[in-house]
Ligand binder design. Structure first.
Ligand SMILES: NC(=O)c1ccc[n+]([C@@H]2O[C@H](COP(=O)([O-])OP(=O)(O)OC[C@H]3O[C@@H](n4cnc5c(N)ncnc54)[C@H](O)[C@@H]3O)[C@@H](O)[C@H]2O)c1
Ligand SMILES: [Zn+2]
Length: 368
């Protein structure tokens, strides 16, 4: 190990999926070790990197030894998460005569991971993909679980597949260049894992907030590892989201609605989820199924992370309507994840419109 590499123990988590078990490797300098790691999982030798110009500008040198092929760069942004972009990846693969002994290495945030993964799931009926997530959100959430896909003009993530990666390689040092707001947005998802499954993780985020924002690898590795372990254990038990995987939607029912009513322009996804978590905690406290102390601990941690975009001007009725349109409604029932404490939660299907309305008002929504 070179002297510049901080002494942080690497973590490996094995995730079981229907199509086999894959490793999630979390360590400082994973990017530099990637060629060896890819050989270890016997990834086919023709390796095509899919990335975007933003990520590639910062980090291409870290991946110089991964592939002899020209990288396939797709435009940066959620609005390019569509079939046309997938088509451009097919074009590049076909031009390079990529065959079944080829693989995709997706280097980027959740958008690159979802698009690159979908291209891999479908090219020649499926070639392997390795996920190399470069945002905190992608490292703790989207790179694990095998969900890949793109948006449709009718809605987000409507076209997709399950395609488990051959490996997920997580290098916390890649986060050094991530804009602070993107980093913070990912941290709300970490807090989500803490609330649904781990008080120690929740407390660790609170205690090491400054070091995390400074992107200190020694602080990041355990927080990322705990988050990945929670996501991995949930998707392992419930790969196709029938029961347990729903708990990962904590904060997302209202969060998605807030994103939709602001046309995905005001909030980073995680910021909307932060509001959604506050709303769910409020409902749980009013029902008497969570202690006020736990709700205020969550509110304090979210406040500690800095201000969220305003919600006071948003329409109550439009937001209610958007909650009613949530795609997670099954057989007419809205499933709501409510925390029971910091570290435990439950899925309920009897949350009433009145409860949601009152909680939205408590968040500060006032306009009719
Ligand atoms: N598949 C799943 O299970 C799953 C789960 C959650 C979210 N998602 C999807 O993930 C997407 C959101 O992902 P995201 O939040 O990572 O957004 P993103 O991929 O758009 O990345 C955010 C921004 O950060 C830039 N960036 C990425 N890495 C960087 C780095 N290291 N340094 C500097 N800039 C960097 C990107 O180019 C982009 O501009 C959504 O499309 C969402 O649907 C998928
Ligand atoms: Zn989310």
């Amino acid at each position: 190990m070179s002297p510049s590499v901080p002494d942080v123990a690497p973590v490996r988590i094995d995730v079981g999926s229907r199509t086999g078990t894959y490793p999630v490797q979390i360590a400082v300098a994973t990017a530099a070790r990637l060629p060896a790691l890819l050989d270890e999982v016997r990834l086919p030798q023709r390796r095509f990197i899919v990335s975007n110009p933003t990520v590639w500008r910062f980090h291409s040198s870290a991946f110089a030894d991964v592939s002899g092929e020209e990288p396939i760069l797709i435009p940066d942004g959620e609005r390019f998460k569509q079939l046309q972009t997938v088509s451009r990846i097919y074009d590049a693969l076909l031009r390079a005569r990529a065959d079944r002994a080829s693989a995709i290495v997706a280097v980027g945030g959740g958008v690159v991971g979802d698009i690159g993964g979908f291209a891999a799931a479908t090219y020649l009926r499926g070639i392997p993909v390795v996920q190399v997530p470069t945002t905190l959100l992608a490292q703790v959430d989207s790179a694990i679980g095998g969900k890949v896909g793109v948006n449709h003009s009718m809605g987000k993530n409507l076209i997709g597949a399950f395609h488990a990666p051959a490996m997920v390689a997580i290098d916390p040092e890649l986060l050094a260049t991530l804009p602070r707001r993107e980093f913070r947005a990912g941290l709300y998802e970490v807090i989500k894992y803490g609330v649904i499954a781990s008080r120690p993780l929740f407390d660790r985020v609170s205690a090491s907030m400054a070091a995390l924002f400074a992107r200190d690898p020694a602080s990041l590795v355990p927080v990322i590892a705990d988050s990945c372990a929670i996501k991995a254990s949930v998707v392992e038990q419930d790969e196709r989201e029938t029961g347990l995987r729903r708990t990962l939607n904590f904060g997302h029912t209202a969060g998605h609605a807030l994103e939709a009513v602001t046309r995905y322009r005001r909030f980073r996804h995680g910021e909307a989820v932060a509001y959604g978590m506050l709303l769910a905690a409020d409902i749980a406290v009013t029902r008497g199924t969570m202690l006020e102390d736990d709700r205020s601990a969550l509110a304090a941690l979210i406040t500690q992370m800095g201000p969220l975009p305003a919600v006071t001007d948003l329409s109550l009725s439009q937001t209610m309507e958007a909650i009613g349109r949530d795609k997670k409604i099954v057989a007419g029932k809205l499933h709501f994840v409510l925390p029971r404490s910091i570290g435990t939660c439950e899925v309920v299907s009897d949350v009433t419109e009145e409860e949601i309305l009152r909680a939205l008002e408590n968040l500060g929504l006032t306009a009719a």
